[in-house]
Design a protein around this ligand. Structure first.
Ligand SMILES: Cc1ncc(C[n+]2csc(CCOP(=O)(O)OP(=O)(O)O)c2C)c(N)n1
Ligand SMILES: [Mg+2]
Length: 563
């Protein structure tokens, strides 16, 4: 069957199971857009900015576990995707980004809307392709999807010259996929699993540290089962939240710069640390030389380059987190059936319980609306059964601390890159993945304004997304750092000149609510969340509240500042 390049592209997407793509048209992709209505199985969502398209695809991927897809034009359309691509790359999110390109004979000519997007995105994609030959189009798309979702997932960009979309060729779908020199290891080495069990069995003060890899590999259940069986306390990185139920007695809270007292002390005092799908980022470790000083470390990761990158480990395990955890669990069942794990860890668990109860997360009530109390109310009202997307800043950390995540894929947040403007468009992708779920974007007044135009996407698609703005009229996290660690000259973080978010919501055709009094907070939140319509809920919170605990840059985890 002879098809145009545009037809081959869209047919290939269907073979890959794509049901929704987020995009924005332009000259270089007109052939694709003109063909798109003939493929009703592919739902196209018109965003209002290409950055929004990538974050929406990313939110769709994080919430669903599937690969997110977007389609944009050449030149500025392509460059507008870069922040979204780098965001997904930092957090290992599977995306395929299709960019239009000028016709092949014009490449290198400084043609209208020409940029070298393959060059620009080389360092922030898992891989990228420029398709010059229509006969390689289907294979390239197959490889792009395979690369995006396999091994350590990541964004893959496919650049599509306009003439390649117009040419005709036979459509041949490559069923089998094989890429020389790309063979991710899923099944962990049995010896390494046995060594891991030996370390755990000898441990008197073990801790499990779980990261985003647990979410990505659908290992939450395996992790929870193993931790309970072995009576080992668990902490998570920001990316790992939801990988272990925050309601479990073994839960320590989040680790790191804004981690709990209990989690950070447990890391500091443990004798065996089993790290699962986390990469020892500086926000997690604090001063590297002082990280987990008493521990022997087991590190499970699908990406061999992330092992021993930052910290020395005694037992490296390369493989899929879920398979590794299940393997460890099986060895424990076979070899250590009668071991009294809970009894042997009793003293350690008592020490941990004492840290938890002596210095829990807290904040001082004073009659104003405390941002932490808003997050607690959201948890209470939703019963934890919602998808929460966040922007970046103090509000993000309060979500991480005060919303007790119990299920994987319920927190969508930019961990690695820390991208303001991520959360609201990410919530759009999540709502497309789960039309019936409650999706809430918790935003800062600064971050929301970075992709606020996506409210048009939300309203035009009748998505019932609720945006809860923790409005402190500051770039709060920067203000906090200037207050605590610099010279207090934070006038440039003042965001008092801001739009009326209620009127703005209404101007777009959404609902707007404002909460100014602590006594109204709960009732108005309930009312707004019960609405079937999209809404901004502008919550006027305590202006100069700080996030605690905080581990200053360069300090060890046990040198945190408390409230
Ligand atoms: C795109 C981008 N620009 C700048 C920053 C640096 N930054 C981190 S947090 C923050 C303040 C965010 O303010 P807001 O969204 O109001 O959240 P708050 O901290 O007040 O809760 C800034 C400017 C960033 N993370 N991302
Ligand atoms: Mg703010």
């Amino acid at each position: 069957m002879e098809c145009t390049g545009a037809q081959i592209l869209l047919e290939s997407m269907k073979r890959e199971g794509v049901d929704v793509l987020f995009g924005y048209p332009g000259g270089a992709v007109i052939d694709i857009y003109d063909e798109l209505p003939r493929h009703p199985e592919l739902r196209h969502v018109l965003v209002r900015h290409e950055q929004g398209a990538v974050h929406a695809a990313d939110g769709y991927a994080r919430a669903s576990g599937k690969t997110g897809v977007c389609l944009v034009t050449s030149g500025p359309g392509a460059t507008n995707t870069v922040t979204g691509i780098a965001t997904a790359y930092s957090d290992s999110i599977p995306l395929v980004i299709f960019t239009g390109q000028v016709p092949t004979q014009l490449i290198g000519n400084d043609a209208f809307q020409e940029v070298d997007i393959v060059g620009i995105t080389r360092p922030c994609t898992k891989h990228n392709f420029l398709v010059k030959d229509i006969n390689k189009l289907a294979l390239t798309i197959r490889q792009a999807f395979y690369l995006a979702r396999s091994g350590r997932p990541g964004p893959v960009l496919v650049d599509l010259p306009k003439d390649v979309m117009q040419k005709r060729a036979e459509f041949v779908w490559p069923e089998d996929i094989y890429m020389r020199s790309y063979n991710p290891t899923y099944k962990p080495n049995l010896n390494q699993l046995r060594r891991s069990v030996e370390e755990l069995a000898k441990a008197e003060r073990p801790v499990i540290l779980a990261g985003g890899g647990v979410i990505m590999s659908n290992a939450a259940e395996a992790l929870t089962g193993l931790a309970r069986k072995l009576s080992i306390p668990v902490t998570c990185t920001l990316m790992g939240l939801g990988g272990f139920p925050a309601t479990d007695p073994l839960w320590l809270g989040m680790v790191g710069m804004h981690g709990t007292y209990a989690a950070n002390l447990a890391i500091n005092n443990c004798d065996v640390l089993m790290c699962v799908g986390a990469r020892f980022d500086d926000r997690v470790t604090g001063r590297l030389a002082a990280f987990a000083p008493k521990a022997r470390i087991v590190h499970i990761d699908i990406d061999p380059t992330s092992i021993r990158k930052n910290v020395e480990v005694q037992v490296p395990v390369v493989g899929d987190c879920r398979m590794a955890l299940e393997g460890i669990s099986e060895i424990c069942d076979a070899k250590l059936e009668n071991k009294d794990w809970a009894g042997e860890h009793a003293a350690w668990l008592a020490a941990v319980a004492e840290w938890k109860s002596s210095k829990p997360l807290c904040y001082q009530e004073n009659g104003n609306i405390k941002p932490q109390a808003v997050i607690e109310a959201l948890y209470d009202i939703t019963g934890g059964d919602a998808i929460i997307a966040t922007e970046v800043g103090q509000h993000q950390m309060w979500v991480a601390q005060f919303y007790s995540f119990t299920k994987p894929r319920t927190l969508l947040t930019s961990g690695g890159l820390g991208t303001m403007g991520y959360g609201f468009p990410a919530s759009v992708g999540a709502q497309f993945a789960f039309p019936d779920k409650t999706v809430i974007a918790v935003a800062g007044d600064g971050s929301l304004q970075m992709n606020i135009q996506e409210l048009a996407t939300v309203v035009s698609n009748k998505l019932p997304i609720k945006v809860v703005i923790l409005n402190n009229r500051y770039l709060g996290m920067v203000r906090q750092w200037q207050e605590l660690f610099y010279n207090n000259n934070y006038s440039s973080t003042n965001m008092e000149a801001q739009p009326d978010f209620v009127k703005l919501a209404e101007a777009y055709g959404a609902e707007g609510y404002r909460i100014e009094k602590a006594e109204d907070m709960r009732a108005v939140l309930e009312q707004a969340l019960a609405s079937p319509n999209p809404a901004f809920i502008d919550v006027v919170v305590e202006r100069e509240e700080n996030v605690y605990p905080i581990v200053p840059v360069g300090a060890a985890l046990d040198e945190m500042l408390l409230v």
